[in-house]
Design a protein around this ligand. Sequence first.
Ligand code: SAH
Length: 270
Amino acid sequence: MQEKTSSSRRPGKVWFVGAGPGAPDLITVRGSRLLAEAGAILYTGSLVAETVLQWASPECEIADSKSMDHTQVTAWLLERAWRHDTVVRLQTGDPTLYGVLAELARPLDAAGVPIGIVPGVSSAMAAAAAAGECLTLPEITQTVIFTRLSERTQMPERESLVSLAAHGCTLCIFLSIERIEAVVEQLIAAGWTSEAPVVVVHKATWPDEELVLRGTLSDIAARCRAAKVDRQALILVSPALGARAQTEYRPSKLYDAAFPRRFRPAREGG
Ligand code: SAH
């Protein structure tokens, strides 16, 4: 960790780092190195698992932005950028998804403060792994949609859950567990049957707190209520769910010996 010298005339760099979904060892190596180098770290206390901060240096100034407004967050980052070579804004999952990176970067850009972005393991990936599920399956679905219900943040009209769900592909639904009944309603309206499987993962990868709930569209809302899961959960809906239990499963062409690949000629009758 380096404090800037008083004669330095250039600001340090502000890094938007993906903290990953919760488990401290699911931040990237690059992200943890930046935490160790940082003179100041601002994290979103309501979402980022505090155990991830174990990678920070003991002298680092660490603050929680939970009770700050946008202007205060920007002012904090700008002020620290003039004092430290490395400043980190630590965000849950991947910083480019459902965060306010663009809004925070704008004033930094305007002030000539350089920024960098370090990707993170999104909760969508963590939820699939926790549940032991694949998000794509050969010939069943090859498309994944990351979306949410409209609420305080208005959805563009062409992105209503009903219209997206009508594709029948995999849906990773963020920020919507409080309104699981409305999610179910819209999926049914889009043509999914009430027997369609659903997985809800609460606090994916958080040590001792992760909870995986399985059900169908007809009972998942009741299961969530019974388990008191009403925040920080990812809803997975997909025709690929439960693939490991399916006996009539056709293996991927990628591993089929008859399927030519760039580095492996096709074998006849393989
Ligand atoms: N950038 C984050 C998403 C932030 S929005 C990412 O890439 O994951 C916050 C929403 O993400 C929550 O409402 C919840 O839907 C989901 N989420 C974040 N962390 C989660 C976790 N550990 N387990 C399940 N869902 C999580």
